[in-house]
Design a protein around this ligand. Structure first.
Ligand SMILES: O=P(O)(O)OP(=O)(O)OP(=O)(O)OC[C@H]1O[C@@H](n2cnc3c(O)ncnc32)[C@H](O)[C@@H]1O
Ligand SMILES: [Mg+2]
Length: 195
């Protein structure tokens, strides 16, 4: 018997936001599991392909993985896919300080969903982006905010209320976020897989 599609992630916030964006549609057809798979160095796409391949091999069936990058324009796209280590070690203040010498605080949040149908199979990518600015932390602890949400102010907010992701309701964040944009691309694909 073939295994159900597995969303492999060790981050419960990712699974929570995915479910919030999609609703209950796939709740009986997608399982969630955590595997510790290596994350290689490379571009966001290279990292995502390698992670999905490793996850499919570990699971022995079809998987989705999700990789998030935060690309600072002044730093030629770094930390990019290495944001987790930078954030864990430097925190919100440290990430702001990295840009202290630069005028341009622009940043691209990128979410890459990768689908791998099984061990040694090719990987398909679904990429969502959101443009923003790195700002001093605002709204920590609100609305289930996590990670670097408090220091990410979407470009679209500059003209409006100037909220960071951490100051927005989940609905408002998902309407424009890197993850919302990626999930909206991947949903029709999952539907076609389940037909
Ligand atoms: O097991 P996986 O799925 O890899 O989960 P992870 O937490 O290791 O996730 P990544 O490798 O993609 O690293 C991305 C980092 O960015 C953070 N992050 C991801 N999505 C975010 C979001 O929407 N808002 C704020 N921070 C986010 C996350 O907490 C990590 O520190
Ligand atoms: Mg990770």
């Amino acid at each position: 018997m073939t295994k159900p599609i597995c969303f492999v992630t060790g981050n419960p916030n990712k699974a929570r936001e995915f479910k919030h964006i999609v609703g209950d549609e796939f709740s009986s057809s997608i399982v969630h599991q955590k595997f510790d798979v290596p994350e290689i160095q490379g571009t966001p796409s290279e990292v995502a392909i390698a992670k999905a391949s490793a996850a499919a091999a570990a699971y022995g069936g079809p998987v989705f993985t999700e990789d998030v990058s935060l690309c600072f324009h002044s730093l030629k796209g770094l930390p990019g896919p290495y944001i987790k280590d930078f954030f864990t070690k430097l925190g919100h203040d440290g990430l702001n300080n990295m840009l202290a010498g630069f005028e341009d605080k622009g940043v691209t949040a990128m979410c890459v969903f990768a689908y791998c149908p099984g061990p040694s199979e090719p990987v398909t990518l679904f990429i969502g982006e959101c443009e923003g600015y790195v700002v001093p932390a605002r709204g920590n602890g609100n609305f289930g905010a996590f990670g670097w949400d408090p220091i990410f102010e979407p470009v679209s907010e500059r003209e409006g209320e100037g909220r960071t992701f951490a100051q927005m309701s989940a609905e408002d964040k998902h309407a424009i976020s890197h993850r919302g944009n990626a999930v909206r691309k991947v949903v029709p694909f999952i539907r076609s897989l389940l037909q």
